[in-house]
Structures are given as C-alpha cells and as structure tokens.
Design a protein around this ligand. Structure first.
Ligand code: NAP
Length: 289
C-alpha cells in the first residue's frame, strides 16, 4: 500500500491574486487622496523575452490601478543617455518605482545603471544600496523574487527557525538575497554554486531548498530529504516541452517534499506581485503626510 501523502502545492497564482487584491484596496485609498502609484520600466527593445515579461508586469499593474510607462533601451542608447533617463525618473515626483529590466543591451553597463537609481524607487530591490540595507538588516526594498518566496513561507505558516536551508545559486538578484532573507528568519543557511562539491549530499540534509540555478530539472527527488520544502525559482525553456520547467524535477521531488512550488505558477507570479507591492509601499511612503 502506498502511504505517501501528496505535497502541499505552494500556489503562486492564487497567492499573487490575493496579494494583488489587497494592493488594489490600498491603491484605491491612495488614488482617493490624489496619489496615482506609478511604476516606470526601462527595457531592452530588442529582447523578446524581456518585452513579454514587461508586458505582463505592466498589465498586472494596470489591473490594480498602477500607472506605468515603458522606455525602450536600444542599440543606439548611450550609457550617458541611460543614466540621464534614470536621473530624470529619480527626480520625477510622479514616479514611485523604477524597474530596470535585466538584461539591458550588452554595450551598456547595467551595474552603473543600478547604482544611478535612487534607493527609494528601487522597487525591484536590486541596487547595491538596497542589497546593502538587506545585508545590514535595515529597512529597504527587498528583491522581488526572494521576497515572493518569503511570502509563501508566511502564507503557508512555514517556520524555518533553526532549519537547514540550502540555497542553490548565488546570483545578486536571487540566490544571495534569498540566503540573507532566510538568515533573517533564523534558518541555518548553506549556499551552493557551480563550484560546490557533492551537491547531492548537501541536498540530503536540507529541510528547505531554494533552487535558483537555471538548469532544467537538475535537482532530483532522489537527492532530497523527506518532508523538505522546495521553492523552485528556475524557469527554463526546453525544446519539445509544452511549458517551461523548473530547476527541480517536479515529479520525483513531489515524492519527497512536504511543500513544493510548481513551475509555472509558483515563484514567477509572486515575483510580479512583490514588485507591485513594493511600488505601492513606495507610493505610500512618498506621499506620507
Ligand atoms: P544566474 O545569474 O545565471 O545564476 C545561476 C547560479 O546558479 C549561479 O550562482 C551559478 O553558480 C549557479 N549554478 C550554475 N550551475 C550550477 C550547478 N551545476 N550546481 C550548482 N550551482 C550552479 O541565474 P539567476 O538570474 O539567479 O536565475 C536562476 C534561475 O531562476 C533561472 O532559471 C532564471 O530564469 C530563474 N529566475 C526566475 C525568476 C522568477 O521570477 N521566477 C526571476 C529571476 C530568475 P556560479 O555563481 O558559480 O556561476
């Protein structure tokens, strides 16, 4: 007899809908006092994936009453023009949040662009200033994708205190801030990366696993500890598959996990919800009496 119980699906579609409904009422209150939350976006005009992501973000923003303008960054845009545009948005009191959609065209220095963005408008939480505030445990905008992961922990009442958390991936926008946020929640955090030896052994000890690698279905259920909570940020296109897949092999991991995010419909929708949430926070802060 199979006594295994199904894992709880961490449903990003449902949770992001709930978050957006809560935001809509805060936005109504802002608009009633003449404040119109606005999120502007700088996006590489030649990058179809970025354009699709930005279209979705702006659509969800519009649905709850956040205004948004997108500015095309092209192969003609110079570094100075980019920085001038960011300074202009920093100065514009009608703009509450600015998203610099990664990647910008290769001839531009994205790091300098992020450094130019004012921390109070960095609603994606990825400028060095915002990341420094996270590291220092000070208030500031938190990175949208790992923040969405933390929202799952709150919603599903998953306490990570003292738990072994393994974060696979150390990117500035995902792995590193996810590790710091888990540390803030008193998890015992290990960070793995491409030079890590014996990843399987680390996985076997993990009670919570964050996958932020970008390799389709690399992490197998056989590696995992029974009862593990799996947060899979991976979003990988695989030829011949009808939908994108995560970094975790979902079917085999579901045999072991107590909770798991599906791909699609897990971490992805929460990233957008958290971006919008930060934008509303920014508008409230900027207009506080
Ligand atoms: P990234 O910048 O390419 O970082 C990938 C990380 O994975 C690096 O730290 C790399 O290590 C590590 N890595 C690569 N191969 C590995 C291996 N074999 N074993 C262990 N670690 C390995 O990627 P990212 O921007 O963080 O994105 C990661 C994934 O999340 C991608 O699938 C991306 O599409 C997805 N993503 C999703 C969202 C969302 O909203 N759902 C948002 C952003 C990204 P090194 O540092 O040593 O190179």
């Amino acid at each position: 007899m199979d006594t295994r119980t199904e894992p709880t699906l961490l449903d990003g579609k449902a949770l992001s809908k709930k978050v957006r409904a809560e935001l809509a009422s805060r936005i109504d209150a802002l608009r009633a006092r003449g404040v119109f939350p606005r999120l502007d976006v700088l996006v590489a005009a030649d990058d179809p994936a970025s354009i699709t992501y930005v279209r979705m973000k702006r659509k969800w923003a519009a649905e709850i009453g956040i205004e948004s303008f997108a500015f095309d960054i092209t192969s003609e845009t110079t570094q100075n023009e980019l920085i001038d545009k960011i300074h202009e948005l920093n100065e514009n009191p009608d703009v509450h949040g600015v998203l610099i959609q990664h990647p910008l065209p290769k001839h531009l220095d994205e790091g300098l662009a992020l450094e130019a963005l004012g921390a109070e408008k960095d609603v994606d939480g990825i400028t060095p200033h915002s990341l420094g505030l996270l590291t220092a445990g000070r208030p500031g905008f938190r990175c949208a994708t790992p923040l969405g992961m933390m929202k799952f922990l709150d919603e599903y009442q998953i306490d990570v205190t003292g738990k072994n958390a393994l974060v696979i991936g150390r990117s500035v926008i995902l792995g590193k801030p996810a590790a710091l946020m888990l540390l803030e929640r008193n998890a015992t955090v290990t960070i793995a990366h491409s030079r890590t030896k014996n990843l399987e052994r680390l996985c076997a000890d993990a009670e919570l696993l964050v996958a932020a690698v970008g390799r389709p279905e690399m992490i197998r259920g056989e590696w995992l500890k029974p009862g593990v909570v799996v947060l899979d940020a991976g979003y990988n296109r695989v030829e011949g598959r009808t939908h994108d897949v995560g970094d975790v092999h979902f079917e085999s991991a579901s045999q072991k996990a107590s909770h798991i995010t599906p791909v699609p419909g897990g971490v992805g929708p929460m990233t957008v919800a958290m971006l919008l949430s930060n934008t509303v926070d920014a508008a409230e802060k900027a207009s506080a009496p």
